[in-house]
Design a protein around this ligand. Structure first.
Ligand code: RIB
Length: 316
């Protein structure tokens, strides 16, 4: 049996500390008590999609430690199928050290642990049957090895599934990145990632970058649809139906960790269930905005009713 939405990706324990301002290199800044929470772009997107109503299967690796036990328990409590999440003997779980400035801005230092060992062979042994089937959605990020992401995208394309790639964190340019862009249907990036994937851009000195133009250029590299998140300016999408822009929903951001994950999950759930691109974009912006209003990653992810309520209160 195949699943509706499959995530191949990372699971991390997040250790977060809130500070008055982010430290400069070489500087020490005192902050509040450390808060521990379930995270990892893969697991965040899996949990977000489940909260938004999808039937979700996660594929990934945990370490043989207390964090791994906690992260798995969180997945199952959220209704995510963890049967393709293995515990790697002797390995440490992925760990993210997060520093959050009071206005919500953050920095993340990642120790991939077991996530870094999700190679193509591990992927094949975790999913002996078909990874996805026709009509399913595969949601990918780049916190596990690029070759594995590429193999998963190839399998999804062969099966006739929709493949969504959140190209974060961005790897250095290389042949695998180019190959990956050719293998996915929908690409989701932020401003930095969009610029990093394109390399030098003609409008580099413009006061307002031509984001739809950059999205068109990214489409030429392979994806049918390109979505660029623009923080407080909302998001744009360019696809077969044309160019679309969605302003941000006005919310009070306290912690933007996980906001991008909520966005990607909602976009994937909406597109995977046949909603038109402008509507999927609007729902994704609402989900991302809601996630930014609460601290933490998985703890902050909204449920479908919250997204519906936010949308109902705004005409655009
Ligand atoms: O996207 C947010 C996530 O990035 C955090 O949960 C952290 O684990 C890092 O992977």
């Amino acid at each position: 049996m195949t699943e509706r939405l499959v995530v191949v990706g990372s699971l991390n324990m997040d250790l977060s500390v809130t500070v008055p301002r982010l430290p400069a290199p070489g500087e020490t800044v005192s902050g509040a008590d450390v808060v521990r929470g379930a995270g990892g772009k893969g697991a965040n997107q899996a949990v977000a999609a489940a909260r938004l109503g999808a039937r979700v299967r996660m594929v990934g690796l945990l370490g043989e430690d207390a964090f791994g036990v906690e992260l798995r328990a969180r997945l199952t409590a959220e209704g995510v199928d963890d049967s393709a999440v293995a515990t790697l003997p002797g390995a440490a779980s992925g760990l993210a050290m997060i520093v959050v400035q009071r206005d919500g801005e953050n920095t993340i230092t990642l120790s991939p642990g077991a996530n870094g060992r999700l190679d193509v062979r591990a992927l094949e042994s975790l999913t002996p049957g078909p990874l996805v089937g026709p009509g399913d959605t595969l949601l990918l990020q780049l916190e596990v090895p690029l070759r594995t992401v590429l193999a998963a995208a190839g399998a999804a394309r062969a099966a006739g599934a929709l493949t969504v790639l959140n190209a974060a964190p961005l790897p250095g340019p290389g042949p695998s990145t180019a190959e990956l862009l050719r293998a996915v249907d929908v690409l989701v990036v932020n401003e930095t990632e969009a610029t990093g994937l394109l390399g030098p851009v003609a409008d580099a000195d413009a006061a307002e970058p031509d984001w739809p133009g950059r999205a068109e250029r990214l489409r030429e590299l392979g994806p049918t649809t390109v979505v660029i998140t623009l923080g407080a300016a909302g998001a744009i999408a360019v696809g077969p139906s044309g160019r679309h822009r969605q302003p941000a929903f006005p919310v009070e951001a306290v912690d933007t960790v996980g906001a991008g994950d909520a966005f990607c999950a909602q976009l994937s759930v909406a597109l995977g269930t046949g909603r038109p691109l402008p509507e999927a974009l609007r729902r994704a912006c609402a989900a991302g905005a809601l996630a930014a209003t609460r601290p933490g990653a998985q703890d902050a992810l909204p449920v479908r009713a919250e997204v519906d309520a936010l949308l109902a209160g705004h005409r655009r």
